[in-house]
Design a protein. Structure first.
Length: 643
């Protein structure tokens, strides 16, 4: 198979062995050899590179390894070392600093002609960006996150486990019943996001068997610390669970129960801002401690980003929202409070969590993110860090991932946008571009842990996205509705015909998404057709008695496939064809490979099976009774084979 990625670590090395056909010009040779060998030297900082080349073509001059990282880093000459049989061995020693990704290739001169080594196996005259190899140095992502299925829960709206009534608290409204209509926009007192249903950690723990039936192995919880709003992205006390969500002991109980069922727990971490009604800012005097709003002499004063205007202290607010004062990511006091020993991260991990999702990660400093990583790894060596970054993180001139000292992976907004545009509008070019972009520029482990979501708390519900054309086809994101009026969003309801159409397209989309590299993330309720237009109406309570059972069974079917085909966790993606009718791609890893074809239209579509799949004794998975070579309307097929 083509060589794709090497992982370097001070404790071990890997030698990549090949039995490959080696091509040059019209000649063809087959031999057993170790094409590339890379190992640590004793000091743990340098790596020995060995390259074996067949002598059939003549003598090699100017053999070198070119290393790139968004531009050339080094051109390392490899010196002839010795010959073994028909192979000439060239070697070098290189110092490689920690990095999530380097790209590299080999070049040489044979018979006075400059040649390149494609994919580490084939001598060619030219080399493309896709032919270059990738490697990581001291950067590994936990295996449990690779190719997993995640269930994303907006905690207040999922399930209420407690029997007693919720305690009354200032500036909060409690719904009289679970089925009562939610408030979208400000309440009668002008307060936003202040209506609570009381979904809690006990309710999630009671639902673990249901969640696991979807093939889920990761629970991703929206913020659960004490906050002033139902979304809890405005922390009031990082050390205490919000009383409406439970208590610290409930989080520990949930984590313990999840671990017993083979699940991990990832918590939403909001470290860019707090609430104004918090013990740290304390604008309303709710807390006994003197907050930053009350005095610059507060022990929390340096937690926040401030400036002076006309001799008075002013604070920055996130996107100008007066309830969200921005924290000072350069402040020692703030960084130490979050990442220091016995700080917030230590506290959460001691309660049993396994990873963090960093809210608005692109607004955190690189140094702060590195400190977060140190704190996470201090608690759990296999702790996972996922960031909210909306665009290609490798092109933002930041150390988010490529430094190897920051986050492990990100939410995959570019691919989700491209896939939605493809299944809604037939946008072939963007999907083709984004897939190739990710393959070339992202580290392999990051690709295998990208958060590929059905929808999230920030965008319209998946069923709404595919059921109507009330969205901006040429807007920045495919999920932006044409109308953002809150009243329109709150009253929006799909007709039965729209819902059926949306479900057909949605199932074909999810089929393709299931076989894409990365984490398949299901936003609670998407598996039962929960509606929601816009990023407030999308946070409706889970309607346990009104589920689309057909859609639920489809999700369980797809979860079963994902769980059973374990090779998908690390398999490479090979895009074979994407046109206005269907997308076809392969997933390949070691001896396993799988062909996927998905029809985005309401017509039957025929396609030519690649030769390796014309006769197979492997597994076949279908949607809408499609067959090899024939896709029914909005149908799909996946064919498993052996290499």
């Amino acid at each position: 198979m083509p060589f794709r990625m090497l992982y370097f670590n001070k404790e071990y090395f890997r030698v990549i062995m090949y039995k490959e056909v080696f091509y040059m010009s019209d000649n063809k040779y087959e031999t057993n050899y170790s094409m590339i060998s890379i190992e640590n030297t004793l000091d743990g900082k340098k790596y020995k590179i060995s390259l074996e080349l067949p002598m059939n073509f003549g003598w090699y001059d100017g053999v070198s390894m070119v290393i790139e990282k968004f531009g050339p880093v080094a051109d390392i000459p490899l010196k002839y070392s010795r010959s073994e049989g028909n192979m000439a061995i060239f070697e070098a020693t290189v110092d490689l600093k920690t990095s999530a990704i380097y790209r590299y290739y080999f070049k040489c001169t044979v018979n006075n002609q400059l040649k390149y080594i494609k994919n580490g196996t084939t001598i060619v005259n030219n080399i493309s960006e896709e032919d270059k190899l990738k490697m990581s140095v001291n950067f590994e992502i936990p295996d449990w996150a690779k190719g997993a299925i995640m269930y994303h829960i907006f905690v207040d709206r999922y399930r209420k486990g407690r029997k007693e009534e919720l305690p009354k608290m200032p500036r909060r409204t409690i719904h009289k019943s679970w089925n009562e209509e939610m408030v979208i926009g400000p309440d009668r007192d002008g307060i936003w996001n202040a209506d609570f249903y009381g979904g809690d950690l006990k309710g999630i723990e009671e639902s673990l068997d249901y969640i696991k039936s979807l093939g889920v192995s990761i629970l991703y919880l929206s913020p659960i610390v004490w906050s002033q709003s139902n979304h809890r992205y405005d922390a009031a006390d990082y050390m205490e669970i919000d009383p409406y969500a439970g208590c610290n002991e409930d989080l520990k109980s949930l984590c313990d129960a999840a671990h017993r069922k083979g699940m991990r727990v990832v918590l939403d971490a909001v470290f860019n801002h707090t609430g104004n009604d918090s013990k740290y800012f304390n604008e309303y005097g709710t807390f006994s401690d003197i907050g930053a709003f009350q005095s610059t002499n507060s022990k929390y004063s340096n937690f926040y980003r401030k400036y002076y205007e006309n001799g008075q202290v002013k604070y920055d607010y996130w996107w100008g929202m007066p309830n969200l004062p921005v924290c000072n990511g350069n402040s020692y006091e703030w960084k130490n409070f979050i990442t220091g020993v016995n700080g917030v991260i230590d506290h959460w991990f001691h309660l049993g969590i396994d990873g963090l999702r960093l809210d608005v990660a692109d607004e955190l400093t690189d140094e702060f993110i590195e400190l977060i990583r140190i704190a996470v790894k201090r608690n759990k060596e296999d702790g996972f860090i996922l960031g909210e970054v909306w665009k290609n993180p490798m092109r933002m001139d930041r150390g988010y991932i490529d430094s190897g000292k920051g986050m492990d992976s990100v939410m995959n907004y570019p691919l989700m946008d491209a896939l939605i545009r493809y299944f809604k509008y037939g946008d072939v070019n963007k999907l083709d571009y984004i897939i190739r972009d990710i393959k070339i520029e992202y580290p392999k482990d990051t690709i295998n842990t990208l958060m590929n979501f059905t929808s999230t708390h920030d965008i319209s519900r998946a069923i709404n996205l595919f059921a109507t054309y009330d969205f901006q086809e040429y807007g920045e994101w495919a999920w932006n509705p044409n109308n953002s009026d809150l009243e329109w969003c709150s009253k929006f309801k799909l007709t039965p015909g729209e819902y059926k159409y949306g479900r057909d397209v949605y199932e074909s989309y999810v089929f393709a998404l299931t076989f894409m590299p990365g984490i398949l993330s299901i936003f609670y309720g998407d598996e039962i057709g929960l509606e929601g237009m816009g990023n407030l109406a999308n946070r409706k309570q889970y309607l346990w008695g009104y589920r689309d059972k057909k859609l639920l069974e489809f999700f369980r079917y797809m979860g079963n496939i994902r769980r059973n085909e374990e090779f998908l966790k690390e398999a490479d993606l090979n895009l074979l064809d994407v046109n206005r009718d269907y997308i076809m791609f392969e997933r390949i890893n070691n001896d396993d490979k799988l062909l996927v074809a998905v029809n985005r239209t309401d017509d039957e579509k025929k396609f030519a099976l690649p030769g390796d799949y014309e006769q197979t004794e492997g597994r076949v998975y279908t949607l809408k009774k499609s067959l090899p070579g024939r896709l029914n309307p909005y149908g799909a097929i996946a064919i498993k084979n052996r290499k």
